[in-house]
Design a protein around this ligand. Sequence first.
Ligand SMILES: COc1ccc(C2=NN(C3CCN(c4ncnc5ccsc45)CC3)C(=O)[C@@H]3CC=CC[C@H]23)cc1OCc1ccccc1C(F)(F)F
Ligand SMILES: [Mg+2]
Ligand SMILES: [Zn+2]
Length: 366
Amino acid sequence: NDVERLRLTRKLNMNIFLAQLIESTNDTWGVDLFEVDALSNHRPLTHVALHLFKQRNILKQFQIRELTFFKFISAIEAKYRNNPYHNNIHATDVLQASHHMLNFSVFKNVFTELEVFAALFAAAVHDVDHPGVTNQYLINTNSDLAILYNDESVLENHHVTLAFQTLSTEGCDVLSTLNRKQHQMFRKMVISVVLATDMSKHIQHIGHLKTMVEIRRLSSSASSIIDPENAEDKLQILQSLVHCSDLSNPLKPLNLYLQWTDRIMEEFFRQGDLEKSLNLEVSPLCDRENSNICKSQMGFIDYVVHPLWEIWSRLTQPDCQPIMDILESNRVWIASQVLTEDDKHDGDDDGDDDKDDDDGDDDVIR
Ligand SMILES: COc1ccc(C2=NN(C3CCN(c4ncnc5ccsc45)CC3)C(=O)[C@@H]3CC=CC[C@H]23)cc1OCc1ccccc1C(F)(F)F
Ligand SMILES: [Mg+2]
Ligand SMILES: [Zn+2]
């Protein structure tokens, strides 16, 4: 009957739209993964990972059965919790951004298939079973995880351990076809890339990248900026590539960036609520009552995201420029909102002498 036909037509159109979105993950920066989540029955990671691993021919190269990879990545996706931010959509976002940047021309003929496999595997699992609270919170509350990992990169150690434990689930061992040497190298790379997503390592990333860019600039003889023979350098680049992907929200189209901002704020606010209920002092910027979302984002961009991406873009020029342009335009928009947000608050204060000094500068920002 008509209703049934309409339902089937709608279902068919949704699947066609989903297929088009997934196809676009091959070569597009800023795919709407919230849309992929909605159309894929909340399985974006499984859909996108299967597609990208097949598109890169990784399964064939390592004779990995598609069913085995499907079982593994589905088991991983099921272990991501439904946090506002640290969930399976974020994992898909970091995977797709990492895939995109591995295609930068500066990395042509640099990485082996095993290194690419390890980097994308690490991106997909890098936050698995994230509890939605920070390392500091786990340490402050004497959690089992902090005790288990001695307060050192507690979350990141947990993500890696759980990923490798998942391999021993029935039918999920995607590494069974690797020889001993490959398995050893793969495991070393995945551990180091996931542990490198701990924000406490952020400053070290910037230092390593600066050194690498400096050395390349001085030895201008080296045509290709990266030496494919230098395994240490390559591993550091893969660590920075996934870390940059983990910090790529402000470099995405504004409508996506703002959704990630709402989500991370909600996740940190919930931690603030927990801290209040446990009579712990509330972490800075986690307090629902007095936080200024745009000011947090300005600080995040100016002190964390831009310093990292500025040096990353120098290493990866020219392919990073379009992405840096998005960061710049998003920052201008945020700055304009800070002013509006201040105006709003100014309205609350009385006798605040700057509310009527309309010197017109604000328009410049807009
Ligand atoms: C889209 O927006 C964000 C996405 C991810 C993060 C993430 N933040 N962090 C840390 C949190 C603590 N940090 C700081 N603490 C105090 N003062 C400052 C001053 C400037 S950073 C900083 C440094 C970044 C993480 O470890 C998360 C896990 C791994 C990667 C990145 C994640 C932060 C986003 O928005 C900003 C923000 C939001 C909510 C509250 C605070 C912040 C804030 F601005 F503070 F960051
Ligand atoms: Mg993490
Ligand atoms: Zn992450």
